[in-house]
Design a protein around this ligand. Structure first.
Ligand code: T4K
Length: 400
């Protein structure tokens, strides 16, 4: 048994090179060269160039939303969105999200009130919001985690009842639908990330979508730090302009989106078929009646049933060069920047999930074959968990 795992023996790792969670989209070299040569030929690199102008329209068309306003990153897009809505005071937000969601709120001068998430959906627990709303609360921020949309209608009714703005961090959910409507159309506005590890890859990039012409005008004004042809009445601006290089990359990625989603789906289904019968490995499933982007394969490792903790399994995988990731580590409520944060709320589900959630390698440059090899290691780990546990116990007692 010992020579099954690199961690426990001198066996060669399963993969010669690290297999990362974000298996990136790489455009065809010829198409990439043509797009970038055109940028160089135009001698026009930024400041609302022709590629950014057309990308705004292409994304709006793809999502079926009236306005898309592209920016340098998802994080900047959240900050610009907060200013566009003129948010001040406290904001209800889940802590179980990537740190950028909350960091962007803090940069915007807002104070987060953390709301726990639902055990099954991993999204903001709609039953817990009302009790957290205070007189100075200005907005609810929902995060469509792992690309699974929040309960958008219920959140809208809670926001309306309490006269709050509603924002969605849709950074995981490009191309996904809720009730057959594309994410990007909900709340006052929604924010996407086009980071290299996302389904729409601009290397870095992001955008805000909205159906409101007034909000769109404010977004366009704020993303540009000095006056231009769109000038809404706003108090503060920033440099959030997307460059032509980012837009060129995003356009190539958008052209290949359906192919990349199909590729993700085949890897996602492989993991599902290989892993779904393993006790203690709870797969975060997707609703196949809706459009999905299959960007993430995420599971919970329940130690009592699986036989190993999430962290032990991860150590085993990393020794095989499988760079799976634990999310979210740390959770947003544990960030240094909120040391002076005083509105403490109880977050038992968030705390539990932070110790259980594991994301497996998947993406445009990934393959079914690799998904099978990763699954095989996980299955072997489960089957040999008693023996492996002894290894970890022995390692722990070495320290004493
Ligand atoms: N809201 C939410 C809910 C988000 O998930 C994010 C970002 C944001 C807001 C903010 O959007 P941006 O400002 O980023 O546009 C990654 C991404 O950096 C981050 O964009 C993403 N979410 C988050 C979920 O994942 P890390 O630090 O966990 O992963 P990273 O960047 O180390 O990449 C994962 C692996 O992929 C690496 O270990 C190696 C591989 N990789 C990565 C890059 C960038 C490559 O092989 N090549 C590469 O070029 O954050």
């Amino acid at each position: 048994m010992n020579n099954l795992f690199s961690l426990l023996s001198d066996k060669k790792p399963e993969f010669d090179a690290p297999l990362h969670v974000g298996q990136l989209y790489l455009p065809e070299r010829k198409a990439f060269d043509a797009a970038f040569n055109a940028v160089f030929d135009r001698h026009y690199f930024t400041n609302h160039g022709p590629l950014v102008e057309s990308l705004d329209l292409e994304i709006a068309e793809y999502l079926g939303v009236n306005h898309a306003v592209c920016m340098t990153s998802g994080t900047i897009a959240i900050m610009v969105a907060c200013k566009a809505l003129d948010l001040k005071g406290t904001v209800i937000v889940p802590s179980f999200t990537f740190c950028a969601t909350v960091q962007a709120l803090l940069w915007s001068g807002l104070k987060p009130i953390f709301c726990d998430v639902d055990n099954e959906s991993h999204n903001i627990d709609t039953d817990k919001i009302q009790a957290l709303i205070r007189e100075d609360t200005c907005a609810i921020v929902g995060v469509h985690l792992w690309g699974r949309p929040c309960d958008v209608n219920l959140l809208q009714s809670i926001a309306d009842k309490n006269n709050l703005k509603l924002i969605f961090d849709a950074c995981h959910a490009f191309g996904v639908t809720s009730d057959n409507i594309k994410v990007g159309n909900f709340g006052d506005l929604e924010i996407f990330s086009f980071h290299a590890t996302k389904i729409l890859n601009a290397a870095e990039g992001g955008c805000v979508t909205t159906n409101s012409p007034d909000i769109a005008a404010r977004l366009k004004t704020i993303r540009n730090f000095h006056s231009s042809d769109v000038d809404a009445d706003v108090s503060l601006r920033i440099n959030g302009k997307m460059s032509e290089a980012q837009a060129a990359m995003a356009q190539l990625s958008l052209q290949n989106l359906e192919m990349n989603i199909a590729n993700n789906k085949s890897q996602w289904n492989t993991y599902y078929n290989e892993l779904s019968s393993i006790a203690g490995l709870k797969i975060i499933i997707l609703d196949n009646s809706q459009a999905q982007n299959y960007q993430y394969f995420v599971c919970e490792i329940i130690e009592e049933d699986f036989g190993l903790s999430r962290d032990q399994l991860l150590e085993l995988l990393v020794a095989e060069n499988i760079q799976a990731r634990k999310y979210f580590n740390p959770p947003a409520h544990a960030l240094n920047a909120i040391d002076d944060f005083t509105i403490w709320t109880s977050l038992p589900i968030t705390e539990k999930l932070c110790g259980r959630v594991l994301q497996l390698p998947l993406g445009s440059s990934g393959s079914i074959k690799n998904a099978k090899r990763v699954s095989n290691i996980i299955r072997l780990a489960n089957e040999n968990s008693n023996h492996i546990k002894q290894y970890f116990l022995a390692e722990n007692t070495k320290d004493f």
